[in-house]
Design a protein around this ligand. Structure first.
Ligand code: C5P
Length: 232
């Protein structure tokens, strides 16, 4: 079975400020995106890579692909208006590349420190599961609040995990989940495994240990932490 990795770099990165999306910022002498794509391009378990990015950045990413000597990047495609739209673009691109059964890993470009071990754990889990996501324990107590900011629920901390990417799926599974989601006018999601959980309740999503370094670059102040980790 083939494995395709899709790197989602279609965001505008507005929370980080400025005109340049966060995945196109420099980090340790390369672009953030170059770290993310490079991790999958170099992984022996990945057969092909798809990059999803803003339409105007497609030529830049294609040039980057040549400059970085990536050998597995098979497609650079435009993303959607939100992350789910970009996941859908990744699923469509993977279908066009696939002539057999495929595993699809979907990764946030904004997580440039993803490690080979986390990718391997996801691939290993997909030998027996239809869907997987890497998770880490949470240090803080997490609360649910109402629209006015008052507490409504405090879930037990030892049952909570913070979710990372790559999230991995049988291509047919994630495709069917998004097909059903498309029929739901109330559909909204911030990751992909939750789409499977919601629209394919018969499919069990397994978790594997993620890595504390596999954080998502979100705020300008995060950049210092990422630079310090690259320097290690
Ligand atoms: O918005 P957030 O920071 O959660 O984005 C996670 C990842 O999804 C980022 O790598 C971002 O580039 C990507 N994304 C995308 N298309 C969008 C929005 C976000 O590919 N429309």
């Amino acid at each position: 079975m083939k494995t395709i990795a899709a790197i989602l770099a279609g965001g505008s990165g507005t929370r980080i400020g400025g005109e340049v999306p966060k995945q196109m910022l420099p980090l340790g002498g390369k672009l953030v995106l170059a770290h993310s794509v490079g991790a999958f391009d170099a992984h022996p378990g990945v057969d092909a890579v798809v990059v999803v990015c803003r339409e105007d950045l497609i030529p830049t990413v294609q040039e980057l692909s040549v400059r970085e000597h990536w050998c597995k990047v098979r497609a650079v495609v435009p993303g959607g208006a939100d992350r789910s739209g970009s996941s859908l673009a990744a699923i469509r691109a993977a279908r066009l590349l696939a002539s057999e059964e495929v595993r699809l890993l979907i990764h946030d470009a904004a997580r440039p420190l993803v490690d080979a071990e986390t990718i391997s754990r996801c691939l290993q889990a997909l030998e027996s599961a239809d869907a997987v996501e890497p998770v880490v324990p949470v240090a803080d107590t997490i609360v649910q609040v109402d629209a006015d900011g008052f507490l409504t629920h405090v879930p037990a901390r030892d049952s909570l995990r913070a979710v990372q990417t790559p999230q991995g799926f049988r291509l047919d599974t994630i495709g069917e989940a998004y097909r059903r989601a498309a029929a739901d006018p109330a559909f909204t999601a911030t990751d992909d495994a939750s789409v499977v959980l919601r629209y394919l309740p018969g499919v069990r999503v397994c978790t594997v240990p993620g890595s504390p370094r596999n954080r998502k670059l979100t705020l300008p102040s995060d950049l210092d932490w990422f630079e310090s980790q690259i320097a290690l």
